[in-house]
Structure formats: structure tokens, C-alpha cells
Design a protein around this ligand. Structure first.
Ligand code: MRU
Length: 322
């Protein structure tokens, strides 16, 4: 089968169409095999698309929820009820609640589009800041997908990799496959391939031995929620990477927009962790499926937002963001 071109504009990832009206998104469950769009005609359908991970990644689900709320307002749904349904779709990424709060006083398509554009702009700014952390020849390891698909365009951690590549600082990317839903091997690898960035997918469990062999210079990830003390929730497996990176004296950088920073949540212990269906892991045996884990701030060498590079102690460097 011929490969379809990967032209990942923000509008291809998620958009609002007046004709319908409807929210249209690229169904990420089908990637990279097929590029299929999913049309949502109510807030409940957008919430289901978020819950079922047709669209996923913290900033992207915030953008989708913003469009979903605009859709509800345009079609005469009860906006408060729509906000409640959208807000309950997934618990960990704070961007969902953040975007709905931003939309509350002006739930229009124009406002949702502006929020989408701003989120992509934030990615470009933070990527430029994060690139400062790279040295020529860097071999970076990333986890999950923090690319354009996850942010509505350009990407946070993958945006940083793109910026570093353009500055000729990046040699290659190790892509953790990211069990159980394979956001790394399906989505990140697809985005890096399109960007022409040398990469190789690794089993999640191969990271430690690559580090021990001296083949990893830094770990770069996105985030779903950053607590006031710098503790960071991200895709399950990030904490393990942080521990083994620390053991090998390799820095772990978190790249995320301020829409992911939750100063109301004091520490990682207060972040709700989504438990997903056991069937994502096995249909035969009992299973436990936490979708995220929390990396303590002390294992994070820097948190990069659109405002710059923030270092420990995060309680003060993040507080300065407000
Ligand atoms: O379950 P997902 O695929 O929504 O999880 C996404 C992640 O954990 C990403 O790393 C995170 O949202 C950062 S995306 C810019």
C-alpha cells in the first residue's frame, strides 16, 4: 500500500467546520496505517473522541474540548452541561479543564480557533528555548507522543527535537514505543519520519541498556500536568526513564506549555491518575492499567515553557509564571 503524505497542519489535526456544524479531527487510533477523519456533531461526541483517544495529548485534548464547547453553544446545547461532559472525558491532563475555563465567557468558534493558534505558538516558543539545552551531536530519547498530534500543531517535546534538528544540534532520536497504546512507535516515529529526523524505535525496556552503553545524551518528554513543586505527570513509563536517566547522570527535560502547569495542585500526589481499561493490556488475564505516572521534580533537570527554561527549585521558578 502506498504511503500517504504526512502534512500535519493544525487544521488537519483538529478543526471546527461551520458547515454542519462539526468538529473534525484526524483519528489518531488509525495512524500511521490510515489517515481517516472523524466528524463530531455534539459535545458528547467530542468527549467520546477524547475519552477513546481518537485525539490525545494534553494540549490537543484541550483544543478539542474548546471546539467541542463552541459546537455546543452554536447548536443550542446547554453549555454548562457540555462543559461538564467534556471536562470528565479524561482526568490527568489539566489542559482539558484549563481550555474549558478559558472558553467559559466566550464559547465561540472564533475563540476556540484563537486558543488553538495560541497553543501552537506556545509550542514554537518553547521549542526554541528547549533547543538551547542541546549540544551538537545530541542523541535524545523521547517517550509517548508530544508532537504536533498531541498539541494541535508543531509539538512540545517533538517541537524541541525539530528545533534542535534545524539548528544542526541533533544527531538522532530514540523513540520509546510506549506500551500499551504505542504512541511512540505509531505517532512519534511517523512525525519524525515526516520531518526527516533520524530516529529509531526502541522497546521501552531497552532504554536502560542504551543509556549504559553511552548512546543517550538526554531524555525529552512532554507533560500532562505539572504541579506547583515541579512534580510532573506524563505517560506511564516516564518515571522509570527519569530514574534510570538519573542513575546514568543523563538529564531529563520536560517541555510543556503553561496551559499544562497547574499551580493549584501542590504536588504530584494530588494529580489524578487515569486508569484505563485492562483490555488495553490483555483480554485474557486480569490487568491494571494506569495511563500516567508522576516524575518527582527532583529528577527533572529543567522544565521548559514558552517563557523559557525553568530550573529547580520549581516551587519558585514556576510560581514566577503567574
Ligand atoms: O494518553 P495520551 O496519549 O493522551 O498521553 C499523552 C502524553 O502523555 C504526552 O506525553 C503528554 O500529553 C504531552 S503531549 C504534548
Amino acid at each position: 500500500m502506498a504511503r500517504q503524505a504526512n502534512d500535519l497542519t493544525p487544521e488537519r489535526i483538529v478543526r471546527y467546520e461551520e458547515d454542519g456544524p462539526r468538529v473534525v479531527l484526524l483519528d489518531q487510533r488509525r495512524l500511521p496505517v490510515e489517515q481517516v477523519e472523524l466528524a463530531c456533531r455534539s459535545a458528547a461526541e467530542v468527549a467520546a473522541a477524547i475519552h477513546d483517544m481518537a485525539i490525545r495529548g494534553a494540549p490537543a485534548i484541550g483544543v478539542a474540548a474548546a471546539y467541542g464547547l463552541a459546537l455546543a453553544a452554536e447548536t443550542g446545547e446547554d453549555v454548562d452541561e457540555a462543559a461538564a461532559v467534556l471536562g470528565a472525558a479524561r482526568p490527568t491532563a489539566v489542559n482539558l479543564a484549563w481550555a474549558l475555563e478559558q472558553m467559559r465567557d466566550d464559547p465561540t468558534p472564533a475563540h476556540a480557533r484563537a486558543l488553538h493558534e495560541e497553543e501552537v505558538e506556545r509550542c514554537r516558543s518553547m521549542a526554541a528555548h528547549a533547543a538551547e539545552l542541546f549540544r551538537r551531536g545530541t542523541r535524545a530519547l523521547t517517550h509517548c507522543n508530544a508532537g504536533g498530534l498531541a498539541t494541535g500543531g508543531y509539538g512540545s517535546a517533538v517541537g524541541a527535537l525539530r528545533a534542535a534538528w534545524e539548528l544542526d544540534l541533533l544527531e538522532r532520536v530514540w523513540v520509546g514505543e510506549t506500551r500499551p497504546l504505542l504512541q511512540g512507535s505509531r505517532l512519534t516515529a511517523w512525525e519524525l519520519e515526516a520531518a526527516g529526523i533520524p530516529h529509531a524505535v526502541i522497546a521501552d525496556s531497552a532504554a536502560a541498556s542504551l543509556m549504559a552503553a553511552g548512546e543517550v545524551d538526554c531524555v525529552v518528554t512532554g507533560a500532562d500536568r505539572i504541579a506547583a513543586n515541579g512534580d510532573t505527570a506524563n505517560k506511564i513509563g516516564t518515571y522509570s526513564l527519569a530514574v534510570i536517566a538519573s542513575h546514568h547522570h543523563i538529564p531529563l527535560y520536560v517541555v510543556a506549555p503553561t496551559s499544562t502547569v497547574d499551580l493549584v495542585t501542590p504536588s504530584g500526589a494530588d494529580i489524578p491518575i487515569e486508569e484505563r481499561a485492562p483490555e488495553e493490556i490483555t483480554t485474557r488475564f486480569p490487568a491494571r492499567n494506569p495511563a500516567f505516572d508522576v516524575t518527582p521534580g527532583e529528577l527533572i533537570a529543567a522544565i521548559v515553557t514558552e517563557h523559557g527554561v525553568h530550573r529547580a527549585p520549581y516551587a519558585s521558578s514556576l510560581a514566577a509564571l503567574v
